[in-house]
Design a protein around this ligand. Structure first.
Ligand SMILES: NC(=O)c1ccc[n+]([C@@H]2O[C@H](COP(=O)([O-])OP(=O)(O)OC[C@H]3O[C@@H](n4cnc5c(N)ncnc54)[C@H](O)[C@@H]3O)[C@@H](O)[C@H]2O)c1
Length: 596
């Protein structure tokens, strides 16, 4: 029989603590909610009230249930109020000495059988536990932000945590409607160990002006389907908390430079820019604690989606290539009303591409998403050619040929001879330096990257890559074209992986390293990222879909260009590729897909 928890205590009612109080009280458990001072207690109470009022307004909680929930919460200043609770969860700031002091005091105040839990994200639960006389009753219960919403709880057992304490806490998580993964005491556990390198890297991109905050966030939301961009997530977590977590992970997790907090973070914390809780972080919020972003001096001016910033008028577009990307891009431009000249290496290939475009447009008609007349009009706007000469009068060329630098350079040299002046020349390369391609022409100022995602007709994101030679007008033109296509164009520098792949693949690689170290299982790691961070797929699901060979190639490129030791491809990934386990396409990758 699992132990019954009828009253729990929560220490610290900040970002996490207030949410944890709500989780318990919603599930019929009495809570003693404790803060350090009367004003802090009032803030915690207001946070709980705001959250439950929002739930009522959204129809997710009945008014009577909200009132009952509040009746279950007893607020108090000081730890003495916790003398008779069954379990305490501590959620004070991420400092080891502070937590150790609190645990020593809890040990004195609480009954001998009370379980003492910490919500720490990165500190050693073991080090916290030895501040008490009952380290076998100390455990980590790591909730995710926002606690009432996120399903995951990481239960952290130390080498001394009693097995029955682990079992009792696991049963409690089930009662709260949470999914738990139980793991050993290691810096960052599963989710944060995979998340914080990524978040810190995104802050580094912002700090180095590689891309704007809006573009970094849009890229990860639209390119990977994440619920929030990394900078908006940093604001939600709280920059002070994020700084402490990174700092601890750096020191505990093998001094991986990727966890050394980007200097900007410290400056922002010192300046009081803590994120949502202080009303200002990477973004500005309506007021402290509000989730509503308001415009500030960094907010881009709304353009009419037309000819802003010297963008050139584009009516006719050439698309070179006959693969998956070229086919999708032709469809996207034709549907958006552009005249399209498709150039392939032979009329047979053109016929194939034409067929593929027709099939795709017909699917749209069958699904009721495209009128027959619009399909016919789109097809009517495309002309098919096997010679680059037909690109003499286009306004924009999008190249989507094989990913080989020599081929692309030769093509751009030809385009330079054929195309009229002022044309924007775009490459869809996902891994080659755009500047190499640009320098094959006499007009590098007009060359940009337009990195579409697969499938192009569906994915809403395009990365607009500007090189050190690209003119502002060419960039503005590319961005305006994306808007006219109904896509979000994010502008970034010409570096390996652009925004999305540079942030995504090291995270996937880290997940492989974690599996390789036998810290957790592929299932639990996938669960942790989906239920703890709201990712649409876990890392191993995604690797099997993308292809392990493709992932390894991208990771190698990143490693070679940035020379970041932490980016070295995981040996397990190399071995699986060598063994021919490439993912779904070979029916076996991290998982066996042969029966599905
Ligand atoms: N923010 C997140 O997204 C997140 C997610 C999971 C876990 N955590 C972890 O949860 C813990 C709390 O983080 P947070 O972001 O909620 O911090 P926070 O700064 O938002 O809140 C901490 C609260 O603790 C209170 N406090 C400080 N000293 C106290 C004391 N002696 N007694 C009682 N209360 C005291 C403060 O007044 C404050 O309200 C940290 O260990 C953090 O790593 C944070």
């Amino acid at each position: 029989m699992a132990r019954e928890f009828s009253t729990v205590g929560v220490v610290g009612l900040g970002t996490m603590g207030a949410g944890i109080v709500e989780v318990f009280a919603r599930n019929g458990i009495d809570v003693v909610a404790v803060e350090i001072s009367a004003p802090a207690l009032e803030r915690g109470r207001a946070t709980l009230k705001g959250s439950t009022d929002r739930a009522v307004a959204k129809g997710k909680l009945a008014e009577a249930d909200r009132d009952a929930l509040h009746e279950r919460v007893h607020f108090a200043v000081g730890l003495d109020a916790l003398h008779s609770v069954d379990l305490v969860i501590e959620a004070v700031p991420e400092h080891l000495d502070l937590k150790q002091r609190i645990f020593a005091e809890l040990d004195r105040v609480c009954r001998p059988e009370t379980i003492l839990a910490t919500n720490t994200s990165s500190l050693s639960v073991t080090e916290i536990s030895v501040a008490t006389s009952r380290p076998n009753q100390v455990i980590g219960i790591h909730f995710f932000n926002p606690a009432p919403v996120m399903k995951l709880v990481e239960v952290v057992r130390t080498v001394v945590t009693a097995p029955e304490v682990v079992a009792d806490v696991e049963a409690l998580c089930a009662r709260l409607g949470k999914v738990d993964v139980t793991i050993n005491d290691r810096a960052g556990f599963i989710a944060n160990a995979l998340l914080f390198g990524y978040l810190n890297h995104a802050v580094g991109m912002f700090e180095s002006h590689y891309a704007t905050r809006e573009d970094i966030d849009a890229a990860m939301k639209l390119g990977c389907g994440l619920p929030m961009g990394p900078l908006a997530l940093m604001d939600l977590i709280g920059l002070d908390t994020a700084y402490e977590i990174l700092d601890t992970m750096y020191r505990r997790g093998g001094r991986d430079r990727r966890h050394a907090p980007v200097p900007l973070l410290k400056q922002m914390v010192t300046a009081g820019l803590l994120g949502r809780k202080s009303g200002r972080g990477f973004y500005t919020y309506e007021r402290p604690g509000s989730p509503v972003v308001v415009p500030d001096e960094s907010t881009p001016l709304a353009t009419d989606g037309g000819l802003a910033d010297g963008a050139r008028a584009i009516a006719k577009v050439g698309v070179v290539g006959s693969g998956t990307m070229a086919t999708g891009i032709i469809e996207v431009f034709a549907k958006a009303g552009y005249e399209v000249v498709s150039v392939t290496r032979g009329m047979e290939k053109s016929a194939k591409v034409c067929e593929a475009v027709k099939t795709s447009l017909n699917k749209g008609v069958v699904r009721g998403k495209l009128a027959e007349a619009d399909r016919d009009a789109a097809l009517g706007r495309i002309s098919w050619s096997a010679t680059l000469d037909h690109l003499a009068d286009v306004d924009l060329v999008v190249e989507a040929v094989v990913e080989e630098l020599s081929v692309k350079k030769a093509l751009f040299a030809s385009l330079d001879e054929i195309c009229k002046p002022g044309v924007v020349l775009a490459t869809t390369t996902s891994s080659l330096p755009v500047i190499d391609v640009a320098m094959a022409t006499q007009r590098p100022a007009d060359v940009v990257g337009l990195h579409f995602f697969n499938p192009a007709p569906i994915m809403p994101l395009v990365e607009v890559v500007r090189t050190i030679r690209t003119s502002p007008e060419a960039t503005a033109t590319a961005r305006a074209v994306c808007a006219a296509l109904g896509k979000t164009g994010v502008v970034c520098g010409d570096r390996s992986g652009f925004i999305v792949n540079a942030l995504l693949f090291p995270y996937l690689n880290d997940a492989v390293k974690m599996l390789e170290a036998s810290y957790s299982t592929a299932d639990d790691i996938d669960h942790a990222m989906k239920l703890g961070c709201g990712y649409p797929m876990g890392p191993f699901e995604l690797l099997d879909v993308v292809g392990l060979d493709v992932s390894l190639a991208i990771q190698r490129e990143l490693y070679l260009e940035l020379r970041e030791p932490g980016f070295a491809p995981a040996p397990l990934l190399e071995h699986l590729v060598t063994a021919g386990y490439l993912g779904r396409k070979t029916r076996r990758g991290f998982r066996d897909h042969s029966h599905r």
